[in-house]
Write a protein that binds this ligand. Structure first.
Ligand SMILES: Nc1ncnc2c1ncn2[C@@H]1O[C@H](COP(=O)(O)OP(=O)(O)OP(=O)(O)O)[C@@H](O)[C@H]1O
Length: 111
């Protein structure tokens, strides 16, 4: 897994940055899915600073490293204005977090 992750090194976001943006994952929840809770927060990422969706893997949901990697590879492969895009990820201190562009419909409800 480590060698594959090297390809995505430029997308890494510090855990501290994500903690700051989400009040240490204490608030700003905008949804929950098969991966765990999804938060919103303003973060400095690969394309600048903006409000993004922060998807934090919860291992109790049965998801693990293979699903995390699969999602990074899938999201980074497709770029289209109508699709959410991968802006970064965090793999630090046992945390696995995906950062994506905000889905506009969801964003208008959540912000
Ligand atoms: N990029 C995003 N922008 C806005 N809201 C989002 C975004 N991603 C997720 N959400 C919110 O979080 C919820 C859960 O998303 P998530 O992608 O984890 O769920 P899912 O569709 O069950 O997929 P998966 O099973 O792969 O986790 C969504 O229904 C939505 O409300």
């Amino acid at each position: 897994m480590d060698s594959i992750m090297k390809e995505f090194e430029h997308l890494k976001i510090q855990l501290e940055e994500l903690r700051k943006a989400t009040d240490s994952f204490g608030s700003k929840v905008i949804g929950a899915g098969g991966f765990g809770k999804v938060y919103k927060g303003e973060v400095l990422h690969s394309k600048g600073r903006s409000m993004i969706a922060i998807k934090r893997l919860n291992r109790e949901f049965g998801q693990g490293d293979p699903e995390f990697l699969k999602e990074i590879m899938m999201l980074s492969r497709y770029a289209h204005k109508n699709l959410i895009s991968l802006l970064g990820y965090c793999d630090e201190d046992g945390e696995k977090i995906l950062c994506t562009s905000m889905h506009l419909m969801e964003a208008s409800i959540a912000i």
